[in-house]
Ligand binder design. Structure first.
Ligand SMILES: Cc1cc2nc3c(=O)[nH]c(=O)nc-3n(C[C@H](O)[C@H](O)[C@H](O)COP(=O)(O)OP(=O)(O)OC[C@H]3O[C@@H](n4cnc5c(N)ncnc54)[C@H](O)[C@@H]3O)c2cc1C
Length: 307
């Protein structure tokens, strides 16, 4: 365990090909065809999906526009293939760090295109330097008449319950998650139980406000809180969904589907897989074992699991 924690800090020093191999489970592949194949399999298993075009490492406006275009292609594929999937977009991939207006234009483009197809865009939430701008983007889209769009709130942030209250009049469609970004102590909870408690409070207040919530977690305690709360409030199957990440705790997801819950799997694809993969490995409690096994398998070819 101590070794695992130490390795998390050293992850950026792990060679990219190793990161790539040990994070394969988290990513559908490099191309849209890969995402289509994975989502079809998920749909066959009774799971919905949300497709993420990886692109937060973009460097200029043309690249940001290319990501927006990739989303539009993704919608065309979802429709053509009859998949049960929406999309998740990261404001930075659409150019937020290059300029608010550039991002807004790209996002509105994607959302407009999607609305025409009766589909839905989830705006992911990134680190706290983007929270205000992301909520502003959401408000402006809603003010512009776009209903097919939702946001994400992070239980790790102390401001989140206030954000729930400030957004309540819009009855937002919210994905609630813990939040992956390491934030300053002044603005974020570090304590595991405090993050859980804030998650439960935000969930209850979202429901009080009549919001549709995607409960995005692999934490069994919070999954249970979601199930119990939904039962207590008499929510039917269509009024709540659970969400999980591709490659993370699939057995827990299978159990939810068997119990009749709706489950959506976050399915990233694209060439810019590195930053996303590092975040997923950071959270993997057995990261040291994976790196060791990868190294061992390459040193001793022909072992189980070698490639
Ligand atoms: C659908 C979805 C969308 C998300 N969108 C956002 C977003 O927009 N913004 C944002 O900041 N965060 C997002 N996240 C990430 C989220 O904030 C957490 O960082 C992540 O889900 C881990 O938190 P947890 O609730 O699963 O609890 P944890 O306590 O971190 O995990 C619970 C258990 O799940 C297992 N586990 C978790 N992660 C891994 C892993 N990578 N590999 C192997 N096992 C693992 C472990 O067994 C762990 O004990 C999203 C998560 C999901 C499920």
């Amino acid at each position: 365990m101590l070794l695992d924690r130490a390795l998390v800090r050293l992850l950026p020093a792990v060679p990219k090909p190793v990161v790539r191999r040990i994070s394969e489970r988290y990513i559908a592949g490099e191309d849209l065809d890969d995402a289509v194949r994975v989502v079809r399999r998920l749909n066959d298993e009774g799971k919905m999906a949300t497709i993420d075009v990886l692109g937060e490492e973009i460097a200029n406006a043309d690249e940001a526009r290319a990501i927006a275009a990739a989303y539009i292609e993704t919608f065309e594929a979802i429709e053509r293939e009859g998949l049960d999937s929406n999309v998740s977009v990261k404001p930075t991939a659409l150019g937020l760090k290059l300029g608010y207006d550039l991002c807004r234009e790209n996002l509105e483009n994607v959302v407009t295109h999607t609305g025409g197809r009766g589909n839905f865009v989830r705006i992911d939430m990134e680190d706290s330097s983007t929270t205000d701008d992301t909520l502003r983007l959401y408000r402006e889209l809603r003010a512009g008449g776009h209903e097919n769009v939702g946001v994400v709130l992070q239980a790790r942030l102390k401001r989140t319950v206030e954000d729930v209250r400030a957004l309540a009049d819009l009855k937002p469609n919210v994905r609630l998650c813990k939040g992956i970004y390491l934030e300053r102590l002044e603005i974020a909870y570090r304590d595991f139980e405090a993050v859980r408690a804030n998650f439960v409070q935000a969930l209850e207040e979202l429901w009080d406000a009549g919001c549709y919530v995607g409960v995005a977690t692999h934490d069994e305690y919070l999954v249970e809180q979601g199930q119990q709360g939904a039962r207590r409030r008499g929510l039917d199957r269509e009024q709540i969904e659970f969400q999980m990440l591709l490659g993370v705790r699939p057995a827990l997801g299978d159990a939810l589907v068997r119990e009749g819950h709706r489950l959506r799997i976050y399915t990233p694809f694209g060439r810019q897989w590195y930053a996303y993969s590092l975040r997923r490995l950071q959270e993997n409690p057995r990261i040291a074992g994976y790196i060791a096994a990868d190294t061992f398998n390459r040193l001793v070819p022909g072992r189980n699991g070698s490639r």
